[in-house]
Design a protein around this ligand. Structure first.
Ligand SMILES: Cc1cc2nc3c(=O)[nH]c(=O)nc-3n(C[C@H](O)[C@H](O)[C@H](O)COP(=O)(O)OP(=O)(O)OC[C@H]3O[C@@H](n4cnc5c(N)ncnc54)[C@H](O)[C@@H]3O)c2cc1C
Length: 475
């Protein structure tokens, strides 16, 4: 970049980036040679590779395989400070952020990249029973419940209770739901098949519930159909056009039917991180901030919003999907526009280059859409493997993931089958009369929440979609 810096030297403007996910990290990297001071804030000390979270939830990978300390990633970037903190508020008029501990941080330029959260469409009481998959904690909790279900089933005689324990319901037929259902089925039918004496893991039922008429609604229809066939070949029961009307501890209601089930996973919708609304600028129904073509927000050219938190519509007329590439490319574009501004140059409109999308279903089973090319089965799966390895942020993680995959492929085994947290009678068993609370010690807050009665009746989650882009429609 040429030209004179629009600030008197040696003042270096402060760029604050909130969120060390794909968007925030790529923005920070793009600013490494810029004449600015960068502060990168995240409430976690690590960057998380979310596309492989389901492999932690299903015990193929360990959390450290898909996460890397942010401080380490930017260690050679002399102009960048890392701050472990949660941002609670943004005062765009004062150009200041408020942190959870009450401190204030001022900025010259702000890049907000705090991503998305799970959305239960008015039924937040379902969250403790049917966790979503957004964080490492979510993934280890799902893994815990899945593995505990087999352990409990091994110890009960009542066939109905055993059946409930071995029924896993995944709600939402977007990429995350499809990946989770496929991996659960493979684990039950292959990985665990010889490990129990009193229960047959291959009898486990995996039910994938989707409100729309097909899985993976954002993909080509033919590929959706292939995905359904591949899941069914793995033994997954796919329920299309099926609305979840209620979730209670130990059961999911689909329309009029009550399916006794434990555990349950929510993959049916996301909303933008609540921080976006604090800017006081227009947001869409999902809470995404409607940005200008240069990714800044209306009335505040010094504030940029990127990734899952942004609604970027200028290119196609509808919001770009909530995927990693949109966040990465947006991060770079916002950073470049800040540098252009500093040198008195015109900003450039963001232009997203779609490099294709893919979803994996199981061992040697996947689908991929790359431009006009449609792939499914083994070729798509190999492409999926290569791309995910390529985008992992560190060499260490690439090697760790490759080894874990090779081991898993050759042996059908999964190396991270750990039940973490305290293992004690789960509420689902207590509710079903198997054990009393006194046997398991006092209840934790999560268990109390789980014990709360579920509301009667409908509401129904958003029709059709579980795919992140389409979830924009809201409930
Ligand atoms: C299970 C799963 C599977 C996925 N699979 C794929 C896939 O296969 N391919 C694909 O392209 N995309 C996939 N995605 C989507 C992709 O991961 C997201 O689009 C991408 O992560 C968005 O990047 P981002 O930077 O906007 O947000 P994120 O990557 O979510 O990062 C947000 C960061 O902000 C931090 N943060 C949030 N709030 C605060 C706060 N108040 N204060 C401080 N820090 C905060 C968070 O800790 C986090 O580090 C998947 C997502 C999930 C959840």
């Amino acid at each position: 970049m040429s030209g004179t810096l629009g600030y008197s030297e040696p003042y270096r403007p402060r760029v604050v980036i909130v969120g060390g996910g794909f968007g925030g990290l790529y923005a920070a990297r793009a600013l490494r040679h810029a004449p600015v001071r960068v502060t990168l804030i995240d409430r976690h000390n690590y960057h998380l590779f979310q596309p492989l979270l389901y492999q932690v939830a299903t015990a193929t990978l360990s959390p450290a395989d898909i996460a890397r300390p942010i401080r380490h990633i930017v260690r050679r970037q002399r102009n960048t400070d890392v701050l472990l903190a949660e941002v609670r508020d943004v005062d765009a008029a004062r150009r200041a952020l408020t942190l959870a501990d009450g401190r204030t941080l001022r900025y010259d330029y702000l890049i907000l990249a705090t991503g998305a959260v799970d959305q239960y469409f008015g039924h937040d009481e379902w969250a403790p029973i049917a966790p979503g998959l957004k964080t490492i904690d979510d993934a280890t909790e799902i893994r815990r419940r899945f593995l505990l279900a087999f352990e409990h089933a091994e110890q009960v005689d009542d066939p109905e209770l055993r059946r409930a324990l071995l029924t896993f319901v995944v709600i939402g037929g977007g990429p995350t739901g499809v990946e989770m259902a496929g991996a659960f089925a493979e684990m039950a039918h292959h990985t665990l098949r010889h490990d129990f004496r009193h229960v047959d893991p291959t009898a486990a039922r995996v039910v994938l519930v989707e409100g729309g008429e097909r899985l993976l609604a954002a993909y080509d229809e033919d590929l959706s159909e292939r995905a359904r066939e591949q899941l069914e070949a793995l033994g997954v029961e796919v329920r299309l056009n099926s609305l979840v009307t209620r979730i209670e501890l130990g059961a999911v209601h689909v329309g009029e039917e009550r399916i006794p089930a434990y555990p349950v996973v929510w993959a049916a919708g996301v909303a933008a991180s609540p921080l976006g609304r604090k800017l006081g600028v227009p947001t869409d129904r999902m809470g995404r901030v409607q940005v200008e073509r240069d990714l800044s927000v209306p009335g505040h050219p010094e504030v940029f919003v990127i990734g899952d938190l942004a609604s970027i519509t200028h290119q196609t007329g509808k919001p770009l999907p909530g995927v990693a590439q949109v966040a990465m490319q947006g991060g770079r574009a916002a950073a470049h526009n800040i540098v252009r501004t500093l040198y008195g140059e015109r900003r450039e409109p963001f232009h997203y280059r779609d490099k294709g999308s893919m979803a994996t279903i199981g061992r040697a089973k996947a689908i991929a859409e790359i431009g006009r090319i449609r792939l499914s089965g083994l070729v798509a799966w190999l492409a999926w493997l290569l791309i995910h390895i390529a985008f992992l942020v560190s060499f260490r993680n690439r090697v760790a993931v490759l080894l874990a995959w090779a081991w898993s492929y050759l042996t059908w085994q999964r190396g991270a089958r750990l039940i973490t947290g305290e293992v004690r009678p789960d509420n689902v068993l207590r509710k079903l009369g198997l054990q009393t609370p006194s046997e398991g010690g006092s209840e934790t807050e999560a268990e109390k929440a789980l014990a709360a009665p579920a509301p009667e009746g409908g509401g129904g989650w958003m029709e059709g979609d579980s795919d992140q882009a389409k979830a924009a429609g809201g409930a």
